[in-house]
Design a binder for this molecule. Structure first.
Ligand SMILES: [Zn+2]
Ligand SMILES: [Zn+2]
Length: 101
C-alpha cells in the first residue's frame, strides 16, 4: 500500500508477514516434488530455518507438508509471536555464519 508495493512477493505462508524481493527470503517445498508437489514457495529465510530446525525432511514430507499444519504447531506459534515484532528483513545472523563454512 506504499510505493514499495511493487517489491512485495506476497505474504509468508509461515508467519503471514509480507515478503519483499530484496529482503531475506528462501524457497521451500511444502510438498516435495517426488510427492507431486507444485513449485516451491517463498518463505522468509528466518521462517525457513525455523521449519527445518523443528522437523526433519522426513517429518516435513510426511506430516508438515502443508502451511496450515505447520502453523498449528506450538513451536511455530511461539516463533510467529516472536518474529512478528521483528523487521520484515529480520534473520538470524548466526545462521549466515554457519552457512559460510
Ligand atoms: Zn515468514
Ligand atoms: Zn525448505
Amino acid at each position: 500500500m506504499g510505493e514499495n508495493n511493487a517489491n512485495t512477493i506476497g505474504s509468508c505462508p509461515v508467519c503471514n508477514r509480507e515478503m519483499w524481493k530484496d529482503c531475506h527470503v528462501d524457497r521451500h517445498h511444502f510438498t516435495p516434488k517426488c510427492r507431486g508437489g507444485k513449485e516451491s514457495e517463498y518463505v522468509h529465510k528466518v521462517c525457513h530455518n525455523k521449519i527445518h530446525s523443528i522437523w526433519t525432511e522426513k517429518e516435513l514430507e510426511k506430516e508438515f507438508n502443508d502451511p496450515e499444519k505447520v502453523r498449528t504447531h506450538p513451536e511455530i506459534q511461539k516463533f510467529i509471536k516472536f518474529v512478528c515484532k521483528k523487521d520484515p528483513d529480520y534473520y538470524d545472523k548466526n545462521d549466515i555464519h554457519k552457512r559460510k563454512k
